[in-house]
Design a protein around this ligand. Structure first.
Ligand SMILES: Cc1cc2nc3c(=O)[nH]c(=O)nc-3n(C[C@H](O)[C@H](O)[C@H](O)COP(=O)(O)OP(=O)(O)OC[C@H]3O[C@@H](n4cnc5c(N)ncnc54)[C@H](O)[C@@H]3O)c2cc1C
Length: 414
């Protein structure tokens, strides 16, 4: 029987980052996944390291938006009516946590995690020789109406005052100078200048994995559902045989319940699914920044593979059949905004953002099982917060003083 100090369950961006940080603290570490590394949610995201993301994405509270979403015809949100009975308790809590005062309270806490996101990626990327994946030109929200533009400019000014986040308010002409191939239907853009974007999110995660392996870490294939508590730690079955570890970290993203539920934890987890498709840019068209078409609700991000169109939130059960309705709705709108040529993927990609109702991840010790740790629920910000989470878990397990107060992220807050 092989034995390591720690086993990390799930090799997405969060699990890989946790594994690296445990290893840096002298632990022997095995990283386990049922597939290859970063082949699920961490494969297909929009690639933003969202330094500006101090307000995690809330549930809309204005009546007009609720009505639009209720009709289920928008691009930015879509739901499976058949899933609503099961999702209702989660949505109700999510709605309550998104009330203005509560949301502001959450932002004050959450901004403490977010503020380290770029620095922690920079540290890992430098060690991994992966800085070539990082683009330091920020990202843009573009606007079709002056009303939305001015609302967002005012909001950004408040975030600058409260959280020190930087942005440029671009008028129509300045936006055309920055992005000459966007159709002239836009009235301006909010250019967040602090965030970093990744032009191949899986490539970055695999570079971090190679760093882990080059330092003696082991990637093993196996099913996390085989996790069992032993007298002196945890055991698992892997394709290479049984594995034992003193410490186990659950970094299974949307599949965390595979481990937590059998151990008796009833955590309020749900998913917001999302899709992507790549396109060739037509002719000599270039897109210089990731761009969110704010009023329509989809994103175009320039990636190594092509222009990646990503969709907003689909409220559905994690394992329900794929319904890329939002992609179908977004594509013609995107084609009018930017000259997209043919699709580059044979079918759309789907991922599931792992969500909690208070919009904050679960990072910390399992309340009732010694030697078990949780690191999941990062929702829209898993790429952003992977390395921050890795460091926090590494420091807590090693008994160091955590660089961010971990109390708000404990599982027993629910
Ligand atoms: C369309 C879209 C756009 C997004 N854009 C952004 C963005 O711009 N910026 C950002 O910060 N975030 C973004 N996100 C969110 C981000 O991608 C996720 O929060 C993040 O990838 C979650 O990482 P993870 O490591 O927790 O989960 P995952 O990457 O899903 O990793 C979990 C791993 O667990 C493994 N696993 C599952 N079950 C088992 C099992 N039984 N046994 C063993 N292994 C198992 C899986 O194979 C997987 O490798 C986006 C998400 C979507 C869907």
């Amino acid at each position: 029987m092989a034995r390591t100090d720690a086993v990390v369950l799930g090799a997405g961006i969060v699990g890989i980052s946790v594994a690296l940080h445990l290893q840096a603290r002298g632990r022997s570490v095995a990283l386990l996944d049922r597939r290859g590394a970063a082949e699920e949610t961490s494969f297909g995201n929009a690639g933003l390291i969202q330094r500006e993301g101090v307000y995690p994405y809330g549930f809309p509270h204005d009546f007009g938006a609720l009505l639009r979403y209720g009709l289920n015809r928008t691009i930015d949100a879509y739901y499976h009516p058949s899933a609503l009975p099961e999702l209702a308790p989660f949505l109700w809590k999510y709605w309550k946590h998104s009330r203005r005062r509560r949301h502001a309270q959450i932002a004050r806490v959450y901004s403490r995690l977010i503020e380290h996101c770029v620095a922690e990626h920079d540290a890992l990327a430098a060690q991994a020789g992966a800085t070539g994946f990082l683009r330091r030109s920020g990202w843009m929200r573009v606007f079709r109406t002056e009303r939305e533009r001015d609302l967002r400019f005012a909001e950004a000014a408040r975030w600058r005052a409260e959280f020190g986040i930087n942005f440029l308010a671009l008028d129509q002409k300045q936006l055309q100078d920055e992005e000459p191939h966007l159709a002239p239907v836009l009235v301006g853009a909010l250019h967040w200048t602090d965030p970093v974007s990744v032009d191949d999110p899986q490539g970055l995660a695999l570079a971090y994995l190679r760093l882990f392996e080059s330092r003696g870490g082991r990637f093993v294939q196996g099913n996390a559902a085989s996790l069992a508590q032993e007298r002196n730690g945890w055991s698992l079955r892997t394709v290479e045989g049984p594995l034992e570890a003193a410490t186990a970290v659950v970094a299974l993203g949307p599949w965390a319940d595979v481990v937590t539920r059998p151990l008796g934890y009833d955590l309020p987890l749900a998913v917001k699914r999302g899709y992507h498709m790549h396109y060739r840019a037509a002719g000599k068209a270039t897109l210089n920044h990731p761009v969110l078409d704010t009023e329509r609700g989809y994103m175009l991000a320039p990636m190594r593979r092509g222009i990646r169109l990503t969709t907003g939130a689909e409220f559905a059960l994690r394992d329900a059949i794929r319904t890329p309705v939002q992609l179908g709705r977004a594509e013609p709108v995107a084609r009018n905004l930017f000259p997209l040529a043919e699709r580059l993927d044979t079918e759309s990609w789907m991922g599931a953002r792992p969500c909690t109702p208070d919009m904050m991840p679960i990072i910390g010790p399992a309340p009732r099982n010694a030697g078990l740790w949780f690191a999941f629920g990062h929702a829209h910000h898993g790429l952003t917060l992977g390395p921050v989470t890795g460091r926090l878990i590494g420091e807590m397990i090693a008994g160091e003083t955590p660089f961010v107060d971990p109390a708000p992220y404990r599982a027993d807050r629910f």
